[in-house]
Design a protein around this ligand. Sequence first.
Ligand SMILES: [Zn+2]
Length: 136
Amino acid sequence: MHMFLHPIINLILGIPILLLANKNIVSYEMLIIILSGFLIDLDHLFADINKESIKDIKKLISYWWNVENKYEGKFQIFHSYEFLLLALILSFFNYWFIFIFIGLFLHWITDAATNIKITKSLEWTKDYSIIMKLLK
Ligand SMILES: [Zn+2]
């Protein structure tokens, strides 16, 4: 999914979640849900920095800006199950982490829907695990 659709989707899906939690929708909690859902895509930038072909910072930003609906089949640490789990565990110790988790999770769900639509399979699910990556 295009990276700039994620903040909009997180805003739309974040509203009922915050209302159910009896929180104000114009709040730092909403800001965190939106920002974490956006910043998770720094993964694409880190993956592209490692590409030999993209060393020019202008090219890199333009490439990142133009990430579209496609399944790249690359391991991305912030999109991993383990990173999501870490955010969830940290939410038991710090109030703000539950909103970071919600933002990451909403992003992950929309990416998963895009991957299913593009690949018509669940094969991509193995690319989202740090453990599976280490076992390869
Ligand atoms: Zn993503």
